[in-house]
Design a protein around this ligand. Structure first.
Ligand SMILES: [Zn+2]
Length: 49
């Protein structure tokens, strides 16, 4: 089971470890979009597959 987020910019971020996945998504949001997201917000956007 992986966590997956497809960002509106087209980047797909995937991870199996929830903490690492959340960090990767937060890093992308900060670096690319200058947006901060909480863990709860990241997980609300994520799907599992
Ligand atoms: Zn993006």
């Amino acid at each position: 089971m992986s966590y997956v987020v497809t960002c509106p910019c087209g980047v797909t971020i995937r991870g199996e470890d929830v903490d690492q996945f959340v960090k990767d998504v937060q890093k992308h949001g900060k670096e690319v979009h200058n947006q901060e997201a909480s863990k709860e917000q990241v997980l609300a956007m994520a799907r599992q597959e």
